[in-house]
Ligand binder design. Structure first.
Ligand code: PMP
Length: 299
């Protein structure tokens, strides 16, 4: 399924207009789900943390037992090349993907050397802040000994898809899901933060959710801005008592939660500050606000 209306696909050494076919009917990925992907963004001429997204797809492929056919620098260079074809002013979703083409003799396991690679770039506007609602999902996140949670693998998104579908059916944008120990993990497509008495909290990485690139960036930007950010095991009771909740992820970067369960949340002061810090970071070409301040001789 395409998320955008205009699509450009890199496959087999060339750019193709549109939603180009890339996987054969007998490929391992087609019937055993060995796809990995990453998601990055271009907006307002910026491509924040493109190097980190390029490096992560390599790690994801390796975690699935595949040998990536290209390195991170090549992935990044191709994404930049594809962006240039659209123009720097376009809001784009950049998605490199790798998958296994063939099975090893055991049939179920992948043949490591036979890895497909493609990049799909789709025109996709940045969502405006506002109107985002969150409920609690009945579906949990697996432990690393239950699924390949260290990879950003398409196979994990079967669970995320039902988390999202259930939330939407109940009139919400997304849902908090718990890990198997009962702590809040993330949503179906983002990491999550909450504010309580002026302190920002976010679940501590424990292998049961994606330690997102945006999450890590927002933690360091908020700390550089003087906020106290605590990574901890958080319960639903913690979220019930939160003064604010916001989510982070590649698609919208930072999104304040306007409604949590049946509660209308107040003005998202910290969520909007985090969003502003992220945009400052992205538009400055990746310099942190603190680094820029010290370069300018300020505090
Ligand atoms: N969790 C899940 C399940 C996601 O799909 C995403 C989006 N990639 C995130 C968290 C956020 O990760 P990132 O900030 O690296 O995009």
């Amino acid at each position: 399924m395409a998320v955008g209306k205009e699509i450009l696909t890199w496959y087999e050494g060339a750019w193709h207009e549109g939603n180009a076919p890339i996987i054969g009917a007998a490929d391992h990925a087609a019937w055993l789900g060995s796809t990995v992907f990453d998601g990055a963004r271009q907006f307002d001429g910026a491509r924040p943390d493109l190097d980190l997204h390029s490096a992560r797809i390599i790690r994801s492929a390796e975690a699935m037992g595949m040998i990536p056919p290209v390195d991170a620098a090549t992935v990044q260079g191709l994404m930049e090349e594809g962006c240039a074809r659209f123009g720097a002013d376009r809001a784009l979703y950049l998605r490199p993907m790798m998958w296994s083409r063939d099975s090893a003799p055991g049939i179920i396991d992948v043949e490591p050397e036979n890895t497909g690679f493609s990049i799909c770039i789709e025109a996709l506007d940045m969502p405006a802040a506002g109107g985002f609602s969150l409920t609690v999902s009945p579906f949990c996140r697996p432990r690393p000994d239950m699924a390949v949670t260290e990879a950003k693998a398409g196979a994990l998104y079967a669970n995320n898809a039902r988390i999202m579908a259930d939330a939407r059916k109940r009139g919400y944008s997304n849902a908090l899901s718990l890990d198997v120990e009962g702590f809040v993990a993330e949503t179906a497509s983002t990491n999550v933060f909450m504010l309580r008495d002026g302190v920002v909290f976010t679940p501590v990485p424990n292998g049961m959710f994606l330690n997102g690139i945006t999450r890590q960036r927002v933690v360091s930007l908020l700390r550089a801005d003087g906020a106290e950010v605590v990574e901890a095991s958080l319960t639903l009771e913690d979220f019930d008592a939160a003064d604010e909740i916001f989510v982070t992820g590649n698609i919208a970067k930072v999104m304040p939660v306007a409604r949590y369960k049946d509660r209308e949340m107040g003005t998202p002061r910290m969520g909007l500050r985090a969003r502003e810090l992220y945009w400052d970071y992205a538009l400055s070409g990746g310099e942190t606000v603190a680094a820029l301040r010290s370069m300018a001789g300020g505090v």
